[in-house]
Write a protein that binds this ligand. Structure first.
Ligand SMILES: CC(C)(COP(=O)(O)OP(=O)(O)OC[C@H]1O[C@@H](n2cnc3c(N)ncnc32)[C@H](O)[C@@H]1OP(=O)(O)O)[C@@H](O)C(=O)NCCC(=O)NCCS
Length: 243
């Protein structure tokens, strides 16, 4: 098989149609053969009644990117991946405003998340309504708090108000970081990231990665300031049945 894909249960549930995540496409052949592989993939998706599919490809895999575009895939996102080995940084002191979230924070976290992520593969795609894009993130933070999408959630709280949060996975990933608009630019994201490094240290997890959109300069500055280095870059393209 020259390609592989699987159903993305989370996306399918949130978007209300069958969504696939393409995992691999063989890129070592000529453009004609890659076109044939992508054509076979699309036939397969149609046969299985998939309505929407995404593929994350290395930013410079141009033969695949061009073949996907020739077949109707469109670019919806660009991501920068940054990494850090915590043995290389000094771990900061704990900060009073930061604590681990509990289930009783769910409503506040969902409320804060609504409308927060305005630039992503989901919010950039005109085929996904604003309501669905919003639900994607509010469901994601809910699943994080319930332990399904994260192993811990840290919050920044002032006078009983949650103004920022970050989610951590023991596999060494920080999937979500968010700070309320009125609290931005004060170093809250950086302090949450530094606190997460302490938590990873407790878990004995040394290699941490974090991703953000290429144009998310505030996030990129915050992550680099905490010692993260750029390690990779990807584009996300998507195909939709009736697009
Ligand atoms: C990205 C985000 C988490 C940053 O939170 P924050 O608490 O404001 O971040 P910090 O104050 O710790 O640091 C942000 C850095 O970017 C800078 N910055 C903020 N807005 C900026 C902008 N529009 N352009 C350039 N730099 C910007 C800040 O000055 C700071 O850098 P500096 O210390 O070198 O001056 C916040 O903007 C946010 O929640 N955005 C929406 C959700 C999101 O995009 N999350 C990240 C992707 S998962």
């Amino acid at each position: 098989m020259k390609y592989s894909w699987k159903i993305d249960n989370f996306d399918s549930e949130v978007f209300g149609f069958k969504v696939a995540k393409v995992e691999t496409i063989d890129s070592e052949d000529s453009p004609e053969i890659i076109d044939k592989i992508v054509g076979d993939l699309i036939m397969d998706l149609n046969k299985e009644r998939v309505g929407y599919a995404t593929y994350r490809v290395k930013f410079n895999d141009f033969p695949i990117i061009q073949a996907l575009q020739r077949s109707g895939f469109v670019l919806v996102d660009g991501l920068i991946s940054l990494g850090i080995n915590i043995s290389e940084v000094s771990i900061a002191e704990s900060v009073g405003e930061i604590r681990e979230a509990t289930r009783s924070d769910l409503d506040k976290l969902k409320q804060m998340t609504s409308g927060l992520y305005l630039k992503s593969r989901v919010s950039n795609d005109p085929l996904i309504s604003k309501e669905r894009a919003d639900k994607f993130y509010t469901k994601w933070i809910e699943n994080s708090l319930l332990g399904e999408a994260a192993d811990s959630v840290l919050v920044w709280e002032e006078s009983d108000k949650i103004l920022g949060y970050l989610t951590l996975q023991k596999k060494g990933q920080i999937p979500l970081v968010g700070v309320a608009p009125q609290a931005r630019g004060k170093g809250i994201a950086k302090k949450l990231i530094k606190a997460s490094l302490r938590k990873f240290g407790e878990w004995k997890v040394e290699d941490i990665t974090i991703e953000t959109q290429m144009g998310n300069i505030a996030a990129l500055r915050a992550y680099q300031d905490c010692g993260f280095k750029v390690v990779n870059s990807f584009l996300t393209l998507r195909w939709a049945k009736d697009d």
